[in-house]
Design a binder for this molecule. Structure first.
Ligand code: ZN
Length: 173
């Protein structure tokens, strides 16, 4: 009997997993540099890698230096509107309100996140991290109608452990 052909879904899953793995690597690069462990990848409609960024808010001295925000601005500069609409943003942690708004304003497409804002909130609460100055919200509450997938359990434990390591000694806490 012949092997079943790969379906579109299988291909998407492999592509998703590859980009999500890179998000974890970028989060680790950020953590190793002293930044908050967040990393994100932008991919085109065909799954092709387009751009990546990691958090830089400690080394950059600017708490708005989130990777999702940087990718939204990269997309605005480098992609046509139809390319943005069919692109996917992969990220280690669900977009914050600022990044979700930027994503919505530039008209980007699907989001796949590894850990949710609620999961990160639990980490912060367990470590008595002072409350964020910006209200935590789900992406869909900021950008209605967007396709959002997550959390992704396969990678979540690794990301949450990096978050615990960072927030235990976070600057400004
Ligand atoms: Zn953000």
């Amino acid at each position: 009997m012949a092997e079943p052909a790969l379906t579109d879904t299988d291909t998407d899953t492999d592509t998703d997993r590859r980009h999500l793995r890179r998000c974890v690597e970028l989060a680790r690069e950020a953590l190793d540099a002293g930044d908050a462990p967040f990393g994100s990848v932008l991919a085109g409609a065909d799954g092709r890698f387009l751009a990546e960024e990691r958090n830089r808010w400690v080394t950059g001295g600017d708490r708005t230096l989130h990777p999702e925000f940087a990718l939204a601005r990269w997309a605005a500069t480098n992609l046509a509107p139809d390319e943005r609409a069919t692109a996917t943003v992969y990220t280690s942690g669900e977009h914050c309100v600022m990044c979700a708004a930027a994503h919505g304003w530039v008209g980007l497409g699907r989001i796949v996140y590894i850990t949710s804002t609620a999961q990160l909130g639990e980490v912060a609460a367990a470590l008595d991290v002072p409350p964020s100055p910006v209200r935590p919200m789900a992406i869909q509450d900021v950008v209605p109608g967007i396709v959002v997938e997550g959390p992704v359990p396969e990678f979540a434990a690794e990301v949450l452990e990096m978050q615990r390591r960072f927030w235990r000694h976070a600057p400004g806490r």
